[in-house]
Structure formats: structure tokens, C-alpha cells
Design a protein around this ligand. Structure first.
Ligand code: NAG
Ligand code: NAG
Ligand code: ZN
Length: 268
């Protein structure tokens, strides 16, 4: 789409995101210890915004992370989602070539910065926590509030306030946030700054097919249906992907049960 056409020149660096993670090539790294999460349990008022290419929830800067071999403390600014069409596959990262129906990115920047633009000039200025979604039989009630608010923001550049939400509601419990992949990459939207320490968790978030489909009611900046708002995978160009534990045994059964083999990734 236009978003990519206009600016693709700035997005052809050698450490771009997303990537495909090949699990038999990941390197176990003992330094990838559990994170220390601050403010993830606190309730807040947040603006839920149709920003023209995704739905974004603005987060208070009292939400912070450290540990997990991050070089610094990072504060949250927002989370947003990438999805497919009418509940179909639409994650950005893939695992062994397999795509998931949706992917959440919780964007954090180093404490010392005031904006994503400022943090983007530092090669480790941004820390994104990524979670994959998996289709479940039953609805995930913790998402009812967010999903029922989508109808108010179908038009680009509109927002609605979510009251009484916490970040913990939207992601796997803390006990399930210890297994993750780590690599150095970029923002996946222009200007694709190579400033991101990526963390992708093994544990997935369940949503029913109807809940996943609800995101397709949003409209892009150009008035088209907001579907397939993901960037295709980019070459690793020799980058390593690390894993927080020596045991990858769980991955194949927990993470990939409902995924379908990705055919050929062609963006929107
Ligand atoms: C939400 O929309 C209102 C009305 O258009 C606007 O004034 C406000 O700046 C928006 N808030 C955010 C966080 O985008
Ligand atoms: C989360 O952790 C609990 C307790 O260890 C476990 O029983 C459950 O299966 C985990 N859930 C996922 C989705 O990994
Ligand atoms: Zn993203």
C-alpha cells in the first residue's frame, strides 16, 4: 500500500524486521532471564486509536520493564496489533515459516527519551515485546472491552477511551513470560529504524475466531478495509536469534498447534 510505496527506500537496511525464526537454529542464552515488569497490573485510562494502519492503545509511562538482558530500563508508550483478513493469518514474525492470526507489539523506549523518534536514533533505544495470538474455541473475555470499542473507531484518526484496563489483562500471565526469542531488528513501519531489541514470547494469547474477525471492521487511512496490516518477513543477513532456555521441546506443541503453513508472503 501507499504507506510502503512512498518510503520503501528508507526501509532497505540490513537488520530489518519482522523475520522468520528457525527454531533449530536459535542459540540458547542464559542471560535471557525473566523480565521485571513494573505497572503491568495497574489499571489506567487509555486512548484506543485507529492510527490509519493499526489499532493502538496508548500506555502510561509508569509501565516499565527491565531485566531480560536489556541494557537499560524501558518505559511503555503504546501497544498495537497486526492481523490478517476476517480472522485469517496475519502475524508479522513467523516461526519455522508459520504465521499466526495476530501479533501484539508492546512498544517501550529507554527511560531517558521522550519520544519514539528520539529513541529510534539509538540502536538499542526501543524494546518491543511481541506476543502471538492463537485461535481458541471460546472467547477471551479479557478482550471484550477492547473489541467492543472497535466499532467507535472504524474511521482512521479516531479514538475512544478505555477505562479500567491493565496491560496484564491482555497478555499471558507472568509465569508464562519466561520463554522468549531475542534478536536485534527494526520498526516494521516506516522509517523502519534499526533501533529495536525484539522479544517474542512463546506463550500465545487466545482469541475466538469472532474476536479475531472483529479487527477487520476497521478502515485504513485510505478508506480500505484494514486487513493484512503486516510487513512480510525480512532477511536475517547473518543475525543470530537467541532463546531464553535450552529446552525448546514445548515450542512445537504449545505454539504451533493451530497455525497453517504460510504459503508465500505477499504484502497487502
Ligand atoms: C482523540 O480525538 C479527539 C477528538 O478528535 C482529539 O481531540 C484527541 O487529540 C484525540 N486523542 C488522541 C490521544 O489521539
Ligand atoms: C501458563 O502457565 C501455566 C502454569 O505453568 C501452565 O499450566 C499453562 O499451560 C501455561 N499456559 C500457556 C498458554 O503456556
Ligand atoms: Zn508492530
Amino acid at each position: 500500500p501507499e504507506l510502503w510505496g512512498l518510503v520503501s527506500q528508507t526501509c532497505n537496511g540490513r537488520s530489518q524486521s519482522p523475520v522468520n525464526i528457525v527454531t533449530r537454529k536459535v542459540l540458547p542464552d542464559e542471560r535471557l532471564t525473566p523480565f521485571h515488569f513494573t505497572g503491568y497490573k495497574e489499571t489506567f485510562y487509555g486512548s484506543l486509536i485507529n492510527n490509519g494502519h493499526s489499532v493502538q492503545l496508548n500506555l502510561p509511562s509508569s509501565i516499565q520493564i527491565k531485566g531480560g538482558n536489556l541494557v537499560d530500563e524501558y518505559k511503555a508508550i503504546q501497544f498495537h496489533l497486526h492481523w490478517g483478513k476476517d480472522g485469517g493469518l496475519g502475524s508479522e514474525h513467523t516461526i519455522d515459516g508459520e504465521k499466526f492470526p495476530m501479533e501484539m507489539h508492546i512498544v517501550h523506549i529507554k527511560e531517558e527519551y521522550d519520544s519514539l523518534a528520539e529513541a529510534s536514533k539509538d540502536s538499542t533505544g526501543v524494546a518491543v515485546l511481541g506476543f502471538f495470538f492463537q485461535e481458541s474455541e471460546s472467547a477471551n473475555e479479557k478482550y471484550d472491552h477492547l473489541i467492543s470499542a472497535l466499532k467507535y473507531i472504524s474511521q482512521p484518526k479516531t479514538n475512544v477511551t478505555l477505562v479500567g484496563v491493565s496491560l496484564d489483562m491482555f497478555i499471558p500471565s507472568e509465569i508464562n513470560r519466561t520463554k522468549y526469542f531475542r534478536y536485534k531488528g527494526s520498526l516494521t513501519t516506516p522509517d523502519c529504524a534499526e533501533a529495536v531489541v525484539w522479544t517474542l514470547f512463546e506463550s500465545t494469547i487466545p482469541l475466538s475466531r469472532n474476536q479475531l474477525t472483529a479487527f477487520s471492521q476497521l478502515l485504513f487511512y485510505d478508506g480500505q478495509k484494514m486487513v493484512n496490516n503486516y510487513r512480510p518477513v525480512q532477511p536475517l543477513n547473518g543475525r543470530e536469534v537467541y532463546y531464553s532456555s535450552g529446552q525448546l521441546a514445548l515450542v512445537s506443541c504449545v505454539l504451533f498447534t493451530k497455525s497453517v503453513l504460510l504459503s508465500s508472503a505477499s504484502f497487502i
